[in-house]
Each structure stands twice: as structure tokens, then as C-alpha cells.
Design a protein around this ligand. Sequence first.
Ligand SMILES: NC(=O)c1ccc[n+]([C@@H]2O[C@H](COP(=O)([O-])OP(=O)(O)OC[C@H]3O[C@@H](n4cnc5c(N)ncnc54)[C@H](OP(=O)(O)O)[C@@H]3O)[C@@H](O)[C@H]2O)c1
Length: 350
Amino acid sequence: MSKKLKVGILGATGLVGQRLALLLEDHPWFEVTDLAASDKSTGKSYEESCSWKLPYPMPVNIMRIPVKPVKPNLDCDFVFSSLPSIIAGEIECSFARAGYPVISNSSSYRMEPDIPLVIPEINCDHLDLIPFQQKNRNFDKGFIITNPNCTTIALALSLAPVVKSFGVNSVQVTSMQALSGAGQNGISSLDIIDNVLPYIANEEEKVETEPLKLFGNLRKDTVEYANFIISAQCNRVNVSDGHMLTVSVNLQTKAGEKQIESAFNSYISPIHYMKLPSAPEYPVVVTSEKDRPQPRLDRYISDGMACVVGRIRKCKVSDYKYVVLSHNTIRGAAGAAILNAELLKVKGFI
Ligand SMILES: NC(=O)c1ccc[n+]([C@@H]2O[C@H](COP(=O)([O-])OP(=O)(O)OC[C@H]3O[C@@H](n4cnc5c(N)ncnc54)[C@H](OP(=O)(O)O)[C@@H]3O)[C@@H](O)[C@H]2O)c1
């Protein structure tokens, strides 16, 4: 058996960092060898520094790893970054410049023209931007790739069968987003108990623009954005994990109800044949029960890596509407980043 690639996690003590640590515990290709976080955590072991929030034990193999500063001298072949966006840009660039591939969850570089924003099931060809990025930015072996915002991932994955089969003119989406989406120090209980918060900073802008890059066409060294429009309204609700969205779509090519259902039900992703370890068998799972999906009941379908679509029906304003759910720290962040790393390995970038 070939040796596993060594992995560092930047922001290892946060909610996404913890998910990364857990999902990588028995990964067949990767092993965690280094962990980094803020000054408050450095110098202590991971076990001492991290306020573990997941309902599974902390992986034994990383408990005693000392947490280091986020400096590009870690013992690893590549890094996952789960740093707050406000500081991620400079730090991720310093790692890429020092020769590390960086797989980022943060928003800092998502919309930069030479940085791939990737959901493997949608646009794995966008990784071909990497050589242009390295040339543009004078990176030698290092580079940066990103996964989208957690709400974008749920929306884009669920739209993939529709875009492929019929094309889309416009999308209206309303999100009900979980508390873990706001990070470990996110929302105070007094603000959210018995309440819904109708504003999440910068979220609607991300959900309205990132899908256009994801569904865009790669033209040599740039991505030509898809030309549909999205209107998003994002809300924070009192749910621990799992973002739920209600979506209405206006189609380019009109379709009957049976055709829409069949497009969702028969959707096979273009990376299906690769059999990547973290790829769900079906990235879009359709539920037929009239009151599903629900976060508490459905967020762990396909180990949290699928989006679950339900209530597909005609819309009086657009053409069709449906509900979609996806686990925000798994499919929307850590799992998405790991899937991107697996794709990078298969394509020979790491
Ligand atoms: N949560 C989600 O569902 C989700 C989904 C998609 C994308 N994201 C993105 O993923 C990133 C991480 O999110 P999160 O929810 O895991 O946040 P979080 O729980 O707040 O964790 C932030 C991590 O960054 C570290 N950090 C903070 N300030 C730092 C500094 N100045 N220098 C070095 N390290 C620092 C923290 O270390 P200490 O513990 O030492 O402070 C912690 O490990 C964010 O960019 C977020 O937007 C999150």
C-alpha cells in the first residue's frame, strides 16, 4: 500500500477544523500530521486547546499533536484551511507561496479569476486553472483552491440536474441556516432561542454569485460565468446542523412534472466513475415523503455528503419549486474540502 499523504489543518480547533479532523481519522489516502490555530491555542496539545463540539470522540491519533501557529513551516504535503475569511487571505497565500497546496473553506479567494471554486460533481475541469494561477502569482509547487459557501453548495448541487437537463433562467432561494454555520463563537443563545434572524452578513451576495462561477465554462485561463440570475434571502434558525433551502426555478427549456422528477432521480454525477472515497453514491437524494427533508432526520443521509431534495412541485410564479437540505459542516465545508483533495490527488495535482 502506498504511503498516505500528510495533511495540515489551519483553524484546526474551530467547528470546520474539528469536522476535518474527524472525517480524516481513517481516511484511506490522507493522515493528519500537523494542526494550527490562533495564539490562544498554540503551545498546547490539540486535546487541551480544542473545545470539542462533535457527538463522537476526538480521534485518538491527533489528541497529543501540539497546535502550532499558522506559519508555513508545517510537516505536511498540503493543508486544509478553515480560518475566518478576514485573516485567511494573507495566511493561505503565504502557504501557497511556500509550496503548499491549500484547499480552503474560506471566502477570501473564491471569486478570484485564477482560483478554482470547485464542487467536483459540477465543475472538476476548473482545476485546470491551477497552472495559470501558479504562473500569475509566481507560486512554484503551491496553489489555492476553494470550495463554495455552505448554502451555495446545497443550492448548486440541487440545481445540477436541472441545469444539465433543462437550463435555468432564474432562481429564487430562501435559506434556513443552522447555528453551526456561524462558527464556534457564532450566535448567542439569547439572540436565537424563540427566534429567527433574517440577516447573515454577506451571505446573500455569496449565494447569488458563487453558483454562476461554478456553472460557468472554463475558457483557457478564465471562467465565463453562467448567465442565469439568483435572488437569495438568508435566515439563521434555531437548528444545530443542516441548512435547509426552499428554491424556485424558472427553466430555459420547459418541462413536465415527470421530466423534472426524472432529472433529479436519475442524476449521475460526472465524477461517479472515479469512486472517490468521500463521494456519495448519489449527490442528490430525492425523498418522496410530503414533509421531508428535515434537518434532524435527514442531515446524515449518505454520511452527510449528499443534498436531500423533496417536495418537488409546480410553482405559480416560476416553473418548479422544491426543498433542499445539506449538512453545512460536512457537505458544506469539511467534506467538500476533502472531496476536492481527493479529486486533486486523482488528477495528479497533489
Ligand atoms: N461553519 C460552517 O458551517 C462553515 C461552512 C462553510 C465555510 N465555513 C468557513 O470556514 C471557516 C471556518 O469556519 P468555522 O465555522 O470552523 O469557524 P470557527 O469555529 O470560528 O473556527 C475558526 C478557527 O480559526 C482559528 N483562528 C481564528 N482567528 C485566528 C487567527 N488570528 N490566527 C490563527 N487562527 C485563527 C481558530 O483558532 P482558535 O480556536 O485558536 O481561536 C479556529 O481554529 C470560515 O472561513 C467560515 O466562513 C464555515
